[in-house]
Design a protein. Sequence first.
Length: 473
Amino acid sequence: MSISPMSLELAANYFHAGRTYQESQQIYSAIVSYEKSLQLDPHQAEVWHELGLGYCECDRYQEGIICYLEALFIQMDNRFFTSLVTVLLKIGRISEAEEASASIISNQLLLDFYPLSLDQHLNFTKDHDLINGKHQQVFSADTLSLTPPINLDNFHPTFLRKEVKFPAATVTSLWHGKAIATDWASVVMTSEDKFLPEISTGRSNWLFLLKDKPELKIVPGRVLALARWGGLKYFHWLGEVFSACYLVTLAGIDLTTIDYFLVNSPFPAYQQEMLAVLGINQDKILMTTSYAYIQAEELIIPYYGNVDGWFPKLAVDFLKNIFLPDRSRDLSYLPKRVYLSRSQVSYRQVINEQEIRDFLESLGFVTIIPESLSMAEQVDLFSQVEIIVSPHGAGLTNAMFCAKGTKVIELFTPDYVYGCFWAIASQVGLDYYYLVSQARGSDRPQPQDLIHPCYRDIYVDIPQLQQLLAQII
């Protein structure tokens, strides 16, 4: 709805009056003026920000946070994020403050301070079936029993877990459905713009609420939505994106009847290689650089559910069947002991990398940089390897292609220990070992926007690694 010039002028006058009141410490009068300005024109990011500052000065922190979020929905300004960080720290929301300092707004923060109204979204299980679409379960909820790992002394709490519960996998078809996709979130909506959070990913609430959306592109025919949070990460691509093509076939949909496949840009070579195995040609690919916001004649969304970084067993079985090499080929020339290096990745590198490589190479290990190999080459390599040493990283996803009984040693920083590759090892019968090294700072410059512990570099204690390897070699 357009706003009349007279209303815009009056809104500006109220804003300037609010500024004057605020400068003279008449905070309550400033708040009233800002509120009147926003009643006339709610699309003023600066006014929302000033109103938030006013509320926080009066210790009305919840209202202040809501105002900062409103400002950020309109304009992603660093000043607005800074104000949000300040108030989150003041009320003890440390993790959300850390995220906001990196320009990240979590779904939990929005659920707590800016919940969606009932007319903005639909819930499959609580509301009703889709009128213009179909939502079906294609695989039942499942449970994976975890095999206890091996380490030197005390178990890390992560590895006290006994099992992983996987939700039911689904496929949803929406007539004239809409999708917005980035590498940090995906939003699925009905033709009436109802948000479907159960099949959206990442920081989807935030993406849905942003005022400045990409241009809507109308796409004829059937579109399979593969673009989503994590769509450019090798681990998530294999476990939650590419393997979701199998869910589509379980729903009775032939992949040859799909007109287009929506993927995250820049669509890396390994993803092109993998989709080609399924017979999907480049002329059927839509990338989010040009198609970040689409409405399809029929939109299809396969979804494993919120697996929280754990690799579904169904996905492992599908990938092994698709990619494991022909056992009749001679692959005996491939190395049996490998060290997976993260030297070409911008984060979570090994601080004493050269020292580790020298030590392991003296024991017959070969250093491998996984991203330098094609998908087929990685599968061949892992199918033949007998011992793997690796820092926590996506290269270990390929452990699913190892033979039963292969030894895996995963290296962690004490700040971030996650068992996703332990789960893969449990699924395919590998002997899983881990080593959590002591904290030690890195001399390498760390990217300023990567503050989560999972991005920190790893220092490996060689005597401890030697002691662990003594149990294997």
